[in-house]
Design a protein around this ligand. Sequence first.
Ligand code: MTE
Length: 320
Amino acid sequence: MRHPWKTDIAPSSITPESVWQGRRKFLRSATLAPLAVGTPSIALATPSNDPIGPALLASRNAKWSADEPANSWRDITSYNNFYEFGTGKGDPEKYAHRMQLTPWAVKIDGAVRNPMTLDTDSLRKLAPLEERVYRLRCVEAWSLVIPWIGYPLSHLLKHVEPTEDAKYVVFTTALQPDSMPGVRQPILDWPYVEGLRMDEAMHPLTLLTFGLYGHELPAQNGAPLRIVIPWKYGFKSGKSLARIHLQREQPTTSWMRAAPQEYGFYANVNPDVPHPRWSQATERRIGTGFFASRIPTQPFNGYEKDVAGLYRGMDLRRNF
Ligand code: MTE
C-alpha cells in the first residue's frame, strides 16, 4: 500500500521478527482435527500462547470453514494492518488497546425502512454466532488462516429492511483521534471507508465478526465488531465499524481515493491481475518461516465456486 512518505518497497518484502518466531507455533498447530457443526467452539489449534480476553462461544460451521490449520493466536494478533494506529505491523498490538470500546454504537441507516442504532451487545445477539475458519489474503501478498466468530451480515441487513434503492453498502469505521496516532498522518482520508455491492454484502460468506479463537475480538483485529469478506483482499474487511449505510450509488472507498490506479472497488483476490507494483500470483503464509516456499494464490482466495457467479459477464481486469 502506498504512503506519501515511504519508498516503493512492497511491505511484503520485509520480514518481521514474528515471522521467524512463528514457525514452530504454526507447525504445532498443523495437527488439528476438524470439529463438526454444533460442537462448542474450542480453538482448532492450540496456539503456544493462549488467547486472552472475554470468552465468546460459538458453534463451528464446517460448511463454510477452510480445511487448513489456523495460524496461532500470536500470529493473528501481532501482525496486523490497522493504519489508524500506525503503518507498522506491530503498531496495532501496541496502540489499539487505547481505543474506547464502551459505549459503542453502530448506526445502520440510508436506504432502509427500519434504520437503527445498536450497541455491541444487541448486535451480537441478533443471530446465532458461528465459528468459521477463513483464509485472509492481504493485498500485500501475505496470508493468514483465522477462526473468526460472527454471523452472516445478511441477518442484520434483513433486519433493517432494505428498500429498492439499496444497491451498495458503505462501511465507515471508528475515528477516535485521541487514541489513534495514525489518523494524525495523511495516510488515508479518515475515517476508513469501505463498501460492497448489495449482493456481495448479502452473500452467506460475508461475516459480521465479533470474535476469534473463542474470544472477543482483540482491539488490533477490529474490536468490538468488523466485517470479513474472505474472497476479497483484506483491506475490504473494515475494522471497528461505526456505521453501515445503504445507498444507490457506488461509494468511493478510502483506498480508491488514495490510489485509484492500485486499489479498485471490487478487490477480488485474483492471481492473474498483478498489483501495479508486485505480483499477486503467490503469497507468504505468516508463521511458516521466511524460507518456506510461497504458496500459489487461488482465484477469489479459494472461494471461486461460491462467489464467481456474482461477477459473471464482468471484465475482472477492468473491475479490479
Ligand atoms: N480497517 C481499518 N479500520 N483500518 C485499516 O487500516 N486494514 C485492512 C483491514 N481492515 C484496515 C482495516 C487491511 S489492509 C487488512 S489486510 C485487514 O484489515 C487485516 O486484518 P487483521 O489485522 O485482523 O488480520
